[in-house]
Write a protein that binds this ligand. Structure first.
Ligand code: THG
Length: 367
């Protein structure tokens, strides 16, 4: 097995020391930063996430900060989600689209104040797009990447662990809201959010110097809660229908193809750069869309390139994420499927590197 060489271009995080001490076994690269993918095994990590609590180094979810009088205007230029009723203290999952309606990213927008936002980005270079728009439109804003590194606390015992470190006020934080809470004299944004459906929080750690102190405080406070270092879990996120930008969708896809139409208010999102393009495609409706796919038979290998989805000898889509689910006792997968074959129960074949397998469009695990 070859290895990836580390260098300055592949950034460590403020929590890397803790991640290494916890015995990380695998990484991926995300926004040119290390992102752990496995600690004990993907299956053990999955079981533990569903019954205990984990601390995740998701510093690779970098922030694009927008500051200044035109901040809210710029933010609305980026997304077809209507932001007019969004208040400081709220987070929104927002598709970001280009002038053709293509997805550039699917971040969480964090509204700190009317004139100050964080865009907590997925794996694409959104900073350049935002800077270019700010400059090209002569907007009165500053756009940069601050020293802010998210640390996620996920799992059914997340409330108890977070309360032990931040106090009982964390329990009152509602889904996709944040509060400013104190840690060692520093005020940090703590949101109830995260890349799993097991419940939990994300701490936006401002200042890399308190990364390890916070990591250690969580690990110590959680000793009797079976806390362990974890990371976004492939099995759990497929079961939960959480999409991965660059894998499940790219800039060739519209939000509607990605099933993110519920996060688009294209009619009222005045100023959105992709608005005209999206109004056109939304009228016709998408001709392909993301669907949950069940792949029958034994555990499939990892999906490191799209697997063709076939029907009657013709390609009708592709699978982009797949894993064996211990709880569903079958392979769960995410696929982009043409309209003619996207109905619930449609039977397909998927071409894996180990040969063709029967597959079914199965909405069960996303409902
Ligand atoms: N948290 C933060 N930043 C992130 C992620 C995160 N940046 C990268 C990546 N994850 C962005 N992608 C997603 C995908 C899904 C969700 C969040 C970020 C998500 N979706 C829920 C859903 O679809 O059911 C809830 C959406 C809602 O109801 O608003 O949570 O995880 N900080």
């Amino acid at each position: 097995m070859a290895v990836i060489s580390l260098s300055r271009r592949l950034r460590r995080t403020p929590f890397s020391e803790g991640v290494e001490a916890a015995g990380v076994k695998g990484y991926t690269v995300y926004n040119r930063m290390l992102l752990p993918t496995v600690f004990r095994s993907v299956e053990e990590d999955y079981r533990h996430l569903k019954q205990a609590v984990q601390v995740w180094d998701v510093a690779c979810e970098r922030q694009v900060e927008i500051r200044g009088p035109d901040a809210s205007r710029l933010m609305q230029m980026l997304t077809p989600r209507d932001l007019r009723r969004m208040l400081p203290g709220q987070c929104y999952y927002v598709p970001i689209v280009d002038e053709t309606g293509g997805m550039l990213n699917d971040p969480v927008a964090v509204k700190l104040a009317e004139d100050r936002w964080w865009i907590s980005i997925a794996d694409s270079d959104l900073l350049f797009w935002v800077k270019a728009i700010a400059h090209g439109w002569r907007l009165d804003v500053l756009v940069d990447e601050p020293d802010v590194s998210p640390l996620a606390v996920q799992g059914p015992k997340a409330d108890d662990l977070m309360a032990a470190v931040f106090g009982d006020r964390v329990r009152d934080i509602r889904f996709f809201r944040f509060d400013m809470l104190d840690f060692q004299g520093r005020s940090l944004a703590v949101a109830r959010s995260g890349y799993s459906k097991q419940g939990g929080f994300e701490i936006y750690v401002e200042g890399g110097d308190i990364g390890m102190p916070l990591w250690n405080a969580l690990m110590e406070a959680g000793r009797d809660m079976d806390v362990h270092a974890g990371c976004p879990n492939l099995i759990e996120r497929i079961e939960s229908g959480l999409l991965s930008y660059g894998n499940d969708m790219t800039d060739d896809n519209t939000p509607h193809e990605c099933g993110l139409g519920r996060f688009c208010n294209t009619q009222t999102a005045i100023g959105c750069i992709g608005r005209d393009a999206l109004l056109r495609v939304a009228k016709e409706g998408p001709v392909q869309q993301i669907r949950p796919i069940e792949i029958h038979g034994a555990a499939v290998p990892g999906c490191d390139r799209p697997w063709p989805l076939m029907a009657g000898g013709r390609q009708v889509g592709q699978v982009t994420s797949a894993a064996w689910s211990p709880d569903f006792e079958t392979n769960v997968a995410i696929g982009m499927v043409r309209m003619t074959h996207w109905d619930e129960g449609t039977e397909l074949d998927v071409v894996t590197p180990e040969g063709a397998r029967a597959a079914t469009v199965n909405e069960m695990f996303w409902n």
